[in-house]
Write a protein that binds this ligand. Structure first.
Ligand code: CO8
Length: 258
C-alpha cells in the first residue's frame, strides 16, 4: 500500500475527516502511517476552510497500537531517532478542535493517538487500554501523562500497570470518553459535533482549545490570567460584534473568522 493510501481524507462543510487505513493489522501504527497522519494534520492546520477535524479508523479498530512487528526489530537508539514526539507534534499542535471517533480497539499508541484529540466519541462496544506493559514496554506518546490528566492518578495507574483492556462504558465513566453512542452512530455523531463547532466563530473556538490545553499545565493563577487575556482579545474580533448583534437583533449570525 502506498503511503498516501494509509489514510483516507475528505472535507465536508468545514470539517476535515482523517480515516486510518491499515485494516489488515487493525490500523497498527507503523512509521509510514504515523508520518502520514502527521502530514495530513499539518496540511489541514494550514487550511483556512477547515474548522474542525474528525479522526477515525474503521469498525474493527480505531488503532490497536504501535506496530509490534515493526518495534520488535529495533533498539533504543533507533526508537529515539524516530522522534515520534516531533512527528505527532503536528497533531498536538493542531489549532482546530479534533474529535476522535472510535469504534473497535483503541489500544496503546492508538489510545494515545485518540488522546491527542479534544473530544472522544466512542461506540458502545469499543475497547480501550494501554497494554504496552504486557509486551515489556510502556506508553510513550502520552499514555502516562495525557491519561493521568484526563482520568486521574488511580485510573491511569490501574490501566497502565495492568495493561487491562476496558469497555467503552468504563472509559466513559472515568472521563476518557466524552460521548458514548451506538456503534453505528459514532461517525455521524462525531461529524455532527464537528459541524456544530465548525459553524461557530473560529477564533473563539481556537482560543477555548488553546486556553484549556495550556491552562491545565499551568498554575491556577497563571491559567486564569491566560483565560482572561484570551477573553479580552476576543472583544477585538468582528465575530464578537456579529455574534452579540445577531443575538440582540434576533437573527442568525454570519461569522467571518476575523
Ligand atoms: N501491531 C502489529 N500488528 C497488530 C497489532 C499491533 N499493535 N494489533 C493487531 N495486529 C495484527 C495482528 O497481528 C493480526 O495480524 P495477522 O492477521 O497477520 O496475524 C491482525 O492485526 C488482527 O489481529 P488479531 O488476529 O490479533 O485480532 P484479535 O481480534 O484476535 O485481537 C487484539 C485483537 C486484542 C487488539 C490483538 O490484536 C492485540 O492484542 N493487539 C495488540 C495490542 C497491543 O498490545 N497494543 C499496544 C502495542 S505497544 C504500543 O502501542 C507502544 C506505544 C509506544 C508509543 C508509540 C507512539 C505511536
Amino acid at each position: 500500500m502506498s503511503e498516501q493510501d494509509l489514510v483516507h481524507l475528505e472535507k465536508q462543510d468545514g470539517v476535515a475527516v482523517i480515516r486510518l487505513n491499515r485494516p489488515d493489522v487493525l490500523n497498527a501504527l507503523n512509521m509510514p502511517l504515523r508520518r502520514r497522519v502527521a502530514e495530513v494534520f499539518e496540511s489541514f492546520s494550514a487550511q483556512d476552510d477547515v474548522r474542525a477535524v474528525v479522526l477515525t479508523g474503521d469498525e474493527r479498530a480505531f488503532a490497536a497500537g504501535a506496530d509490534i512487528a515493526d518495534m520488535s526489530k529495533i533498539g533504543a537508539i533507533e526508537m529515539y531517532l524516530r522522534y515520534n514526539e516531533r512527528i505527532w507534534g503536528a497533531i498536538a499542535g493542531c489549532p482546530y478542535p479534533v474529535i476522535a471517533a472510535v469504534n473497535g480497539y483503541a489500544l496503546g499508541g492508538g489510545m494515545e493517538l485518540a488522546m491527542h484529540a479534544d473530544i472522544i466519541v466512542s461506540g458502545r462496544s469499543a475497547k480501550f487500554g494501554q497494554p504496552e506493559v504486557k509486551v515489556g514496554i510502556m506508553p510513550g506518546a502520552g499514555g502516562t501523562q495525557r491519561l493521568t490528566r484526563a482520568v486521574g492518578k488511580f485510573n491511569a495507574m490501574r490501566l497502565c500497570l495492568t495493561g487491562e483492556i476496558i469497555s467503552a462504558e468504563k472509559a466513559h465513566a472515568m472521563g476518557l470518553v466524552s460521548d458514548l453512542v451506538d456503534d453505528d452512530k459514532v461517525f455521524d455523531h462525531a461529524m455532527s459535533l464537528a459541524k456544530q463547532i465548525a459553524s461557530l466563530p473560529p477564533i473563539a473556538v481556537q482560543q477555548v482549545k488553546e486556553v484549556i490545553l495550556h491552562g491545565q499545565d499551568a498554575s491556577l493563577g497563571a491559567a486564569l490570567a491566560l483565560e482572561r487575556k484570551a477573553l479580552q482579545i476576543l472583544f477585538a474580533s468582528a465575530d464578537k460584534h456579529e455574534g452579540m448583534a445577531a443575538f440582540l437583533e434576533k437573527r442568525s449570525p454570519t461569522y467571518i473568522g476575523r
